[in-house]
Design a protein around this ligand. Structure first.
Ligand code: PAF
Length: 284
C-alpha cells in the first residue's frame, strides 16, 4: 500500500493507473477503522482494479466542536488494518491540503437534508457534501463505496452525484455488526463500559420492531422502539422514524408503496449512535 499526503503526487500515481486502463474504487473514511470500513475495502477490491482509501477527519461536517476534538484518530492501527486487506493507495491529507481556501459552497438537498440527522445536526450534510465532492475531484474514482449505516448520508451523496452529474457510481454496502448486534462505528471506541453493555439493545429493539411490523401499525411500532430504548436509563433516544428509503419522508401505513427503513439516533452517555433497519412488509 502506498501512502500519499499531497494531492499532486497522489494524482500523478492515480493517472498512471488509469492510463493502464484500471478502474478505481474509492472508500472515503475518517479513520478509526473497523471491520465495517474493511468490508467497504473488500467490496471495492471485488469490483475495482485499484482500491483507494482516504482518511480525513473533515472539520466541516462536525456541528459540535467537542465531537471533532474527541473523534478517535488512530493512524498507525488504521495502516496496520489496511495492510491486511487489498488497499493499494491510502490518501491521508492535511486540512489545508483538502481546503486550501475555506469551502464556502452551499449545497441544497431540499427535504433530504431537513429531516432526522439534518434536523439534529445543522450544517452536517453540507460539510459531508463539501468533502465528498472535493475528494471525488481529487481521486476521480469510477466507483465509491459507502456503508448503509449512514443511510441518510448515502441518500444525500446519491443526490449530490445526480445534481453535479459526477461520473462516479455509488455502491451502498451492508451494515457490519459486532457479534452482539451493535452496528460498527468509530464512535463505539468512545463508549464507557456501561454504555457499551447497553448498546446491543438498539439492534435487538430494531429486530423486534421488524417482527412487530407484521401485526402492529407504523405508529405502534414507533412507540414501541422509543419506549423500549428510553426504558434503559443509559440510553436516550433522539429520534426514531420509519421513512421511505428514497424520499426519506415519514410513512403512515405499511401498505404505502416503496421500501421502508426505520432510522434511529440516540445517546449512549455522551456518545451519539445511529442505526437503521429495513421493513419489507406490505401487510395492513
Ligand atoms: O461516513 C464518513 O465516514 C464520512 O461522513 C465521510 C463520507 C468519509 C465524509 O467525511
Amino acid at each position: 500500500m502506498k501512502l500519499y499526503t499531497t494531492i499532486s503526487s497522489f494524482q500523478e500515481a492515480l493517472d498512471a493507473e488509469r492510463a493502464k486502463g484500471f478502474k478505481i474504487g474509492f472508500v472515503p473514511t475518517m479513520g478509526a477503522l473497523h471491520e465495517g470500513h474493511l468490508s467497504l475495502v473488500d467490496n471495492a477490491a471485488a469490483m475495482a482494479d485499484i482500491v483507494v482509501v482516504s482518511i480525513f477527519v473533515n472539520p466541516n461536517q462536525f456541528n459540535d466542536p467537542t465531537d471533532l476534538v474527541n473523534y478517535p484518530r488512530t493512524l498507525d492501527s488504521d495502516i496496520e488494518l489496511l495492510d491486511t486487506r487489498q488497499c493499494d493507495y491510502l490518501f491521508y491529507p492535511s486540512v489545508s491540503e483538502v481546503y486550501p481556501f475555506p469551502d464556502t459552497r452551499h449545497f441544497e438537498f431540499g427535504f433530504l437534508e431537513s429531516v432526522m440527522e439534518g434536523e439534529f445536526r445543522p450544517g452536517h450534510f453540507n460539510g459531508v457534501a463539501q468533502v465528498v465532492s472535493r475528494l471525488f475531484e481529487i481521486v476521480s474514482p469510477d466507483m465509491a463505496f459507502f456503508g448503509q449505516k449512514d443511510f441518510q448520508q448515502l441518500a444525500i451523496i446519491k443526490d449530490l452525484v445526480r445534481r453535479l452529474n459526477l461520473p462516479v457510481r455509488i455502491i451502498p454496502c451492508d451494515i457490519v455488526r459486532e457479534k452482539d448486534g451493535l452496528a460498527m462505528s468509530s464512535r463505539n471506541k468512545l463508549l464507557l463500559p456501561e454504555h457499551r453493555a447497553s448498546a446491543p439493545l438498539i439492534y435487538r429493539t430494531l429486530l423486534e420492531a421488524q417482527k412487530l411490523s407484521c401485526s402492529k401499525s407504523v405508529q405502534q411500532v414507533k412507540a414501541y422502539v422509543i419506549s423500549t430504548i428510553n426504558s434503559n436509563s443509559l440510553l436516550k433516544i433522539e429520534y426514531f422514524d420509519i421513512v421511505d428509503d428514497l424520499t426519506l419522508s415519514s410513512v403512515d401505513t405499511w401498505n404505502q408503496p416503496g421500501i421502508k427503513v426505520g432510522c434511529i439516533a440516540l445517546y449512549a452517555g455522551k456518545i451519539r449512535l445511529i442505526d437503521n433497519i429495513l421493513f419489507n412488509v406490505n401487510q395492513q
